[in-house]
Write a protein that binds this ligand. Structure first.
Ligand SMILES: [Zn+2]
Length: 444
């Protein structure tokens, strides 16, 4: 397999540190709002990569693949959203996490091996910050702890910017407790009005971690100091990923952190930047509610190379649906074990060339088509189910994540949301039954 490595700016052959155990970390969602299609693009991209790694190193290679994707459940945006909605942080984060699972499940994205939550790794973050202070790479000031960027000779290696450029770019906050404007926050003090579930004891007072330290601590906890692939959106390269490298390599002298840095490109909508103010902000849930099938969204997101810019449009959605209709028309009703088409695997091994893989898919017939489409997360329904208008959500996993989302909504006392999930399931012939032991379901 070959992958574009942002660290070297070249397409490199992929050689895992340990071929018997491939390790990948991807920055996951900050759970304050339902995922939009830009978030979904990233999740689908790494789902395709994970499926390929599983095929090559588990099914064909006899080893294993560990895929870690975190949940950021402590963040300024979360605090603000919880206050705005008048609910606790915990209620908000459990609700949005369940919605994230439901929406990504509808796109047939596999669950990662581990999904660590930031709030469950505070001790590891504090330990890493203490090592950075001991090594002279960080300092405490006025309840904050800051990373001393000028102490790291390799700072800027990923984004290829000098510290001076970064400051000139005015992306740094000047603050009296900083020794140097480019220094970034590892820990910050809590304020009086903060919700208790976002406050943690530390050697520097009650506070909470900075965002960057979360990923350094969680990747180390689940993958070790060095691992193979680190993924995320191109918008995270600076400062988030640059800062992760600085923290992890300085906190663990002699380590290199991730070997391959993979970044997916930006997403626009009909040629424009997606934003709430432009009124073109699209969530996955919006599309599903309008009756767009999950597989159609997934196929659309796979239609461009992962590292290129991507333009979302109604035409793309229409074309994707037509293509799926054609594929379902020639797909066999019954499932037979069949190998994945070799040319599709080759296309994906060539830096995840999904457009080429999809072009090849359209030339296949019968079992070869079904096995290869399933491998790509497509044709998960029977042709009969597809054309009768059942949504992608017919499968058990999707139903279960909807139930999880409904339970989280009830816990957050968002009964309108809970009822809308029950109604959505009912419309698909799924009846929920609540009892003391939990919620069960049956088909009507
Ligand atoms: Zn991250």
């Amino acid at each position: 397999m070959k992958l574009s490595n942002s660290l070297t700016r070249t397409v490199e052959p992929f050689t895992p540190l340990d071929p018997a155990h491939v390790k990948m970390y991807v920055c996951g969602p900050t759970v304050y709002a339902r995922p939009h299609i830009g978030n979904a693009r990233s999740v689908v991209v790494y789902d395709v990569l994970y499926r390929l790694l599983k095929h090559d190193y588990e099914t064909a290679g006899g080893g294993k693949v560990t895929f870690v994707r975190n949940i950021t459940d402590v963040d300024d945006k979360i605090n603000a959203a919880a206050v705005e909605r008048g609910i606790t942080i915990q209620a908000l984060t459990s609700e949005v996490t369940a919605q994230f699972h439901a929406d990504m499940g509808a796109l047939n994205c596999l669950k990662p091996t581990v999904e660590p939550r930031a709030t469950e790794h505070i001790a590891q973050m504090i330990a890493l910050i203490e090592r950075l202070i001991a090594g002279g790479f960080a300092y405490a000031a006025q309840g904050h702890v800051l990373f001393r960027v000028q102490k790291d000779p390799n700072y800027g290696q990923l984004s290829r910017r000098s510290v001076k450029d970064m400051i000139a770019g005015a992306r740094v906050e000047v603050a009296p407790y900083k020794e140097y404007a480019g220094d970034f926050v590892l820990w910050k003090p809590a304020s009086e009005k903060d919700d208790a579930s976002s406050k943690f004891d530390s050697p520097w007072g009650v506070g909470r971690p900075g965002w960057h330290i979360e990923c350094s601590a969680m990747s180390e906890a689940h993958l070790g100091k060095n691992f193979d692939i680190h993924g995320g959106g191109a918008d995270l390269m600076f400062p988030h990923h640059e800062n992760e490298i600085a923290q992890s390599t300085c906190g663990n002298p002699g380590s290199h952190y991730a070997k391959y840095w993979v970044h997916n490109g930006f997403l626009t909508v009909e040629g424009e930047k997606m934003s709430k103010s432009l009124g073109n902000f699209i969530t996955v849930h919006d599309l599903l509610e309008k009756g767009v099938k999950g597989e159609v969204i997934r196929l659309a997101l796979m239609s461009a190379r992962y590292n290129e810019p991507f333009d979302w449009s109604q035409k793309l959605l229409d074309d994707s649906e037509k293509m799926l209709n054609r594929l379902y028309r020639k797909s066999p009703e019954s499932r037979v074990q069949s190998p994945v088409n070799a040319e599709i695997l080759e296309a994906l091994r060539d830096d995840l060339n999904t457009p080429k893989a999809l072009a090849i898919l359209q030339t296949l017939e019968d079992e070869a088509l079904l096995a290869s489409a399933n491998f790509l997360g497509l044709l998960q329904q029977t042709p009969d189910g597809w054309f009768k208008g059942d949504s992608a959500g017919e499968d058990t996993l999707w139903i279960e994540v909807q139930i999880e989302a409904r339970n989280a909504a009830k816990k957050a006392r968002d009964f309108a949301q809970a009822d809308s999930i029950r109604d959505l399931l009912k419309a698909k012939g799924i009846i929920l039954e609540d009892s003391a032991s939990g919620t069960s379901w049956r088909r009507s």
